[in-house]
Design a binder for this molecule. Structure first.
Ligand code: 6R9
Length: 651
């Protein structure tokens, strides 16, 4: 028996130095680490000065009542003013803020001056509908420019927004509307997905039969499809905004004023409303966007492919980039509509320089084949980002070679809805990168890895990722449930925030994320991370993607079961399955060899691309499949089951 918290099996020796040119002109250099470690709070007080405050804060952190933090508490600011108006006042009104690319191919570019007018009109419309400071507004929209406008309009008047994924069911929307007691819902008739208009408004109509308190539904017309209409309650966005003034004086809100609630589904049970506030959140969103992506606002074209309903859309489409005056691309649709090169066509069209996407997308592109990106000119790209899951070393290398021309640095950014902004990541002009590792806490952030007893593990060992100091964009609580906030995040290790992720420190002390601890497998007394086994499988030339789970096993406690998607053109044979098992054994050691490998065509994922291993465990253990409401595509589980033979043989 071993008593390690988490085994460290994977070795990765490849290293990539930052490009000299980028390093020479980088926004942030190695000096930032030293500066922040000398005076952490002074460092954050300095970063807060990136923002325009109506009342400058004199306090930095108030941690007198942990784990309830206050940052910059005596300061006042308007978040929307910081994201829009101040750029116009600084003479940048003609700079494009958003290049919107619709799935059907329609496009529209909004300058900062136009964005300001639209945000002001929307803010005035909200006021006309009786929404005021402190009210909650639910937003259920496709990836269109109006989503950004709606969010900023809420921020401007001090209404707290709660964005709900456009893909969620009426029930999921209803429970979120109810929990937040939203007074207004902003939605659209529909959005375009996979070449077709896909309705949104009917889900709101259904949700509102189950949730009360909503006075109006504001409806953006996007697809023009027929939708049910409730007179008196429903209001067209274009009608109400058109008659509003483009002037609206932004009020200065307290730094700790609630900016948004974002629900995370967790694994089971009641969704948690993660609460973020204003000054600290915007400070860290803006700083990290500047530091991690090396944004040069006058020349870069930035594109984050996340959905607005995910925290990545909040911090790295809306707040961080706009606070920094960036020019960015927003794309409505899926990457394979109308063809599998759509992303690369968009990169070329707008000469995108910074691309931020998820490992799930990268592995999908690998599966579709190298020849697809090769048809497009991607030479504008200079920084590549990854977020959402551990990125397997092979996917990382593919991203670098086939998208980044073997030159662009990759920033693998670890963070959560709860952390609000990036916490662990390389800096593109500083860090010698390692494929698969998020590496090091950013300047001003304190993270480490501990064992079951909360003792920091030595380099070369695995355990639990914890954050040891409060940070400006940290969640303030779970909406309406302070006790659950304490229990969920601050109780496992006294005085430290437990993120729920397994991690290891390598010989240099760099951090490697190893997946959610709920997913860790216990095989013959060894805690084995799903990430390491998945990365070993993706490291085989026949494998595009894989998801690994531990299934109960009479002899070993749990046995490793791997679900594997093969690369295009590869066919399944018993020899190949045997070869994959042997490959994992050779890469990680015999203990990590999967007992079973199931070849499938798809994997169950959330809308942000995270694999729902819980559902695969149900299959591996022969149970009925559990709750699938947060899956991006609810039919996936039926497909997977239909593909698998009734009894599995490869043992
Ligand atoms: C931003 C976001 C948070 C969870 C997190 C972890 C996983 C995110 C990661 C990563 C390894 C990375 N995660 N980024 N794991 N490397 N670079 O994804 O927020 O949707 O709340 O998910 O995602 O497990 O705990 P959220």
């Amino acid at each position: 028996m071993s008593n390690e918290s988490l085994a460290n099996l994977l070795r990765e020796e490849r290293r990539f130095a930052p490009p000299a040119e980028l390093a020479a002109a980088a926004n942030v250099t190695a000096a930032a680490y030293a500066q922040a470690s000398e005076d952490r709070l002074g460092f954050w007080a300095e970063q807060a000065r990136r923002l325009d405050w109506a009342v400058e804060p004199t306090q930095t952190l108030d941690w007198s009542n942990p784990p309830f933090a206050k940052w910059f508490a005596d300061g006042r600011l308007n978040v929307a003013y910081n994201c829009v108006d101040r750029h116009v006042e600084n003479g940048l009104g003609d700079r494009v803020a958003i290049h919107f690319e619709g799935e059907p191919g329609d496009s529209r570019s909004l300058t900062y001056a136009q964005l300001k007018d639209e945000v002001c009109q929307a803010a005035n419309a909200l006021l006309e509908l009786g929404v005021t400071k402190g009210d909650r507004v639910a937003i259920y929209l496709p990836m269109i420019a109006e989503a950004v406008v709606a969010i900023l309009a809420c921020a401007r008047i001090g209404a707290t927004h709660s964005v709900v994924f456009g893909g969620f069911s009426a029930d999921a929307v209803a429970s979120r509307i109810q929990d937040a007691k939203a007074k207004l819902v902003i939605t659209a008739d529909g959005g375009y997905r996979r070449g077709k208009p896909s309705a949104l408004k009917p889900a709101i109509d259904e949700a509102l039969t189950k949730a009360d308190g909503v006075e109006h539904v504001l409806v953006v017309r996007r697809t023009g499809q027929d939708i049910p209409w409730t007179q008196g309650r429903d209001v067209w966005w274009h009608e109400i905004t058109a008659r509003q003034s483009t002037q609206h004086t932004p009020e200065a809100h307290e730094a700790e004023h609630p900016l948004f609630i974002l629900y995370t589904s967790g694994t089971t049970g009641k969704p948690k409303g993660i609460l973020h506030t204003s000054g600290g959140y915007l400070t860290q969103a803006a700083y990290t966007h500047h530091a991690v992506f090396d944004l040069k606002p006058d020349t870069d074209v930035y594109w984050c492919t996340a959905d607005i309903g995910w925290v990545t859309g909040h911090s790295y489409i809306v707040y961080g980039p706009l606070a920094n005056g960036a020019t960015q691309v927003i794309y409505e649709g899926t990457p394979d509509t109308p063809h599998q090169g759509r992303f690369w066509e968009i990169v070329h069209k707008y000469r995108v320089t910074i691309l931020y996407t998820a490992p799930t997308a990268i592995r999908t592109f690998m599966k579709w084949g190298d020849d697809i990106p090769a048809k497009f000119d991607l030479s504008s790209l200079r920084v590549l980002g990854s977020v959402g899951e551990p990125i397997n070393p092979e996917a990382w290398i593919w991203y670098r070679e086939h998208i980044g021309a073997g030159k662009a640095p990759i920033v693998d950014t670890w963070w959560q809805t709860e952390t609000g902004a990036i916490m662990i990541s390389p800096l593109p002009g500083v860090t010698e990168t390692k494929p698969g590792s998020a590496q090091r806490a950013l300047p001003g952030i304190a993270a480490t890895v501990v064992d079951d007893n909360g003792t920091e593990v030595p380099n070369g060992s695995g355990g639990y990722l914890v954050l040891t100091e409060p940070w400006p964009s940290m969640l303030r609580t779970i909406w309406g449930d302070d006790q659950r906030y304490i229990d969920t995040y601050w109780s496992r290790f006294a005085g430290r925030y437990f993120a729920g992720d397994g991690a290891k420190k390598d010989e240099d002390g760099d951090i490697w994320l190893l997946g959610r601890v709920d997913d860790v497998m216990l095989v013959s007394g060894h805690n084995i991370s799903t990430t390491e086994v998945e990365s070993a499988l993706v490291g085989h030339s026949s494998v595009a993607e894989s998801a690994v789970v531990g299934a109960s096993d009479a002899t070993t406690g749990q046995a490793i079961v791997a679900f594997v998607i093969l690369r295009g053109g590869v066919t399944e044979t018993p020899e190949l399955v045997e070869e994959l098992r042997a490959h994992v054994g050779r890469t990680l050691g015999p203990i990590a060899k999967p007992k079973q490998i199931k070849i499938v065509g798809e994997l169950p994922k959330t809308r942000s691309g995270k694999i729902m291993r819980r559902l695969l465990r149900d299959i591996a253990e022969g149970r009925e499949v559990g709750d699938t409401t947060t899956l991006a595509d609810s039919t996936v589980m039926t497909h997977i089951q239909a593909q698998l033979p009734a009894t599995d043989t490869n043992d």
